[in-house]
Design a protein around this ligand. Structure first.
Ligand SMILES: C[S@@+](CC[C@H](N)C(=O)[O-])C[C@H]1O[C@@H](n2cnc3c(N)ncnc32)[C@H](O)[C@@H]1O
Length: 197
């Protein structure tokens, strides 16, 4: 039986609506932390102009590969092992990066590596889309996000909801400029940076 994320089922339609606009001029997308593969299958099925490159840390690859073998449309590439700490990332010929619900899971040192890797990968015109909860000036966008953050930190003190300003500073240091901040259902955001042409 395929692994299923209920959150993915809920958020895949609103994320697709954002990606359809933000990735309209993109050609090939690297997804970091593809999880169950539900997003890869859904987005690639609808955004047929894209070549979709799913990835996961090696230990989490088997359930991803299983779903892709069953459901992936032809524009999904074979999943690759990718940890954001890898240097360089084993991903080639891509002009966009997408990641959902990863930056609050990985340690801050890994978040820095995430932006370092995106900076190395994305050439002029490249796009980075990140979906998930964030704080603004240290403030949560909802009481439920504050509770979620506490739950994350009780589970792993290195994880936690990130500050938008800190993420944007990492992106800026890589030459990426914020293009959009889309409010999403359930107190999430889709943040979009790009490398100006
Ligand atoms: C909450 S899951 C999100 C999965 C999927 N993107 C989704 O939205 O359902 C967090 C993901 O981050 C990935 N992850 C954690 N640390 C990572 C790292 N250092 N490099 C790459 N991915 C990582 C995990 O393997 C996991 O798939």
């Amino acid at each position: 039986m395929l692994a299923v994320s209920e959150a993915c089922e809920r958020n895949k339609a609103p994320i697709l609506a954002v990606l359809a606009g933000e990735l309209a001029a993109s050609r090939a997308v690297l997804e970091i932390g593809s999880g169950t593969g539900q997003h890869a299958v859904h987005f690639a099925s609808h955004l047929t102009h894209l070549s979709w490159q799913p990835s996961e840390v090696r230990a989490q690859l088997p359930p991803l590969i299983e779903r892709l073998q069953c459901e992936a449309p032809p524009n999904v590439r074979a999943a690759i092992a990718l940890d954001v700490h890898d240097d360089p990332w084993a991903a080639r010929d891509l002009d966009a990066v997408f990641s959902a619900n990863t930056l609050h899971i990985m340690a801050w040192s890994a978040v820095r590596e995430f932006f370092r890797g995106c900076g190395a990968l994305l050439r002029a015109g490249g796009v980075l889309c990140v979906y998930g909860p964030v704080r603004y000036r240290g403030e949560y966008t909802s009481a439920s996000n504050a509770q979620f953050d506490q739950w994350l930190k009780d589970r792993d003190p290195q994880s936690g909801i990130r500050d938008f300003e800190a993420l944007d500073a990492l992106a800026c240091a890589q030459g990426l400029k914020l293009r959009a901040d889309h409010p999403m259902p359930a107190n999430n955001q889709t943040l979009v940076w790009h490398r100006p042409a």
